[in-house]
Design a protein around this ligand. Structure first.
Ligand code: PMP
Length: 405
């Protein structure tokens, strides 16, 4: 039996970017300890009071089918949070609760694209983006953000790709680069969306992880609320990755249609998870700051280590739980560097090439292990890079192409 071309082609046929990660997991399964700096999973677990609320809700009987759009209490809590953080008028009618941000990304694309429509996204990108777009039978088209522009996308590049496009997906604070889009970038993007009549899907799952500057939601830019769908999640802000609880915020009419989609796909999010999420959101920014604190601390540790050497350079990043390191001075691409580091020192990082072509020659380091182990792994990474760069420099010195040798 033939599967649909949609499902058969979901990954687009190329390398799915997970080969270093899979090798690391295989080494671990075979008994070799590996320092994993790969995926965006906190090294702390969901806080006990949130779990106690989840437990209370199960015992209180919130274990049947829950309200499909989300409970009123959770939709209200999300609306209040969005109003507090962005100043944009938001009610529960603007909110649908989803099983995580990933489901929200799928629903958002299903809601704004038809089969065969072009959906834009920015490269480097979170690994699931192209597959999510293919999953709704739209056509993913990437727009590069360049290392020399500190990975801020250029609105003119988006405009060049937008003539026949229906939507644009952006992500700030950004995974994998850690870049927080500037007001100038977002104003430029908003202007292109209005000019080209694009839907904007704004993935803001890292909105609480901003270490420098401020996060601006493009929904707050004049004229954007009517064409913007914001994707949010409890995963990163509250260390609730396994609870699968996220949301979409957008215009009431399209949210109502997405609720129809949820009825025919996910049938909502478990009630006891929603009660725990409501409780967590009601704790306000204090808990969010606590969850983000280890990444803020490790980023400062990393900056100090990186300042003591000159082979590896840090992409000027302001947020999220990752560091994007430029390792081009080693002469290696991200894949060779990451595989070499894994073989030589059993440290696993993600090649920049796992996130598209724009981050080639980079590696992404997740700041997701305990401080002293993180410091020591990063110092080893820097030494490894320096040893490779030395080799390159020696080879270069021997090369006749240089006029001074
Ligand atoms: N967007 C981005 C940029 C992410 O990094 C992730 C998870 N790593 C997600 C969305 C999805 O997160 P979740 O489904 O856990 O909310």
């Amino acid at each position: 039996m033939e599967p649909s071309t949609r499902i058969a082609g979901l990954l687009g046929g190329g390398d799915d970017g997970w080969s270093v990660f899979n090798r690391a997991r295989a080494m671990i399964a075979a008994g070799t300890p590996v320092t994993e700096l790969t995926i965006g999973e906190h090294d702390i677990r969901t806080a006990a009071p949130i779990l106690q609320e989840m437990h209370r809700a199960t015992l209180a009987g919130h274990t049947g089918y829950a309200a499909i759009p989300g409970t009123k209490a959770l939709r209200d809590a999300v609306a209040r949070r969005v109003l507090y953080r962005t100043g944009v008028a938001t009610t529960s009618d603007n909110v649908m609760i989803t099983p995580g941000g990933q489901s929200a990304l799928f629903s958002a694309h299903a809601a704004v694209t038809d089969p065969g429509d072009v959906a834009l996204f920015i490269d480097p990108y979170y690994a699931t983006y192209p597959g999510t777009i293919r999953g709704v039978s739209a056509i993913p088209r990437s727009v590069k953000a360049h290392a020399e522009n500190a990975f801020q996308p250029r609105p003119s590049d988006i405009d060049d790709a937008a003539a026949d496009a229906r939507s644009l997906l952006i992500n700030s604070p950004n995974n994998p680069t850690g870049v927080v889009y500037s007001r100038e970038t977002l104003e430029g993007i908003a202007a292109v969306c209005k000019q080209r009549d694009l839907w904007l899907i704004s993935d803001e799952v890292y909105d609480t992880q901003v270490w420098e500057g401020t996060h601006i939601s493009p929904r707050a830019i004049s004229g954007m609320a009517e064409r913007t769908l914001v994707v949010g999640s409890m995963s990163k802000s509250h260390a609730m990755t396994g609870s699968r609880c996220g949301w979409i915020v957008g215009p009431q009419e399209i949210i109502a249609m997405m609720i129809n989609l949820a009825t025919h796909t996910t049938y909502g999010v478990p009630g006891f998870i929603q009660d725990a999420a409501t409780y967590a959101l009601m704790q306000g920014p204090e808990l969010e700051n606590e969850v983000g604190a280890p990444f803020r601390r490790r980023r400062a540790l990393a900056k100090a280590i990186l300042a003591r050497q000159n082979t590896v350079s840090l992409v000027p990043a302001q947020g999220a739980m990752y560091l994007m390191l430029d390792i081009r001075a080693t002469g290696l691409d991200g894949g060779k560097f990451a595989n070499g580091l894994l073989d030589a020192h059993q440290i696993a990082v993600m090649p920049g090439e796992s996130f598209g072509t724009a981050a080639a020659g980079h590696v992404r380091v997740a700041m997701t292990i305990e401080d002293s182990a993180f410091e020591s792994a990063l110092a080893t990474l820097c030494n490894f890079a320096a040893s490779k760069a030395c080799g390159t420099a020696r080879k270069d010195r021997a090369a006749p192409a240089f006029s001074d040798v």
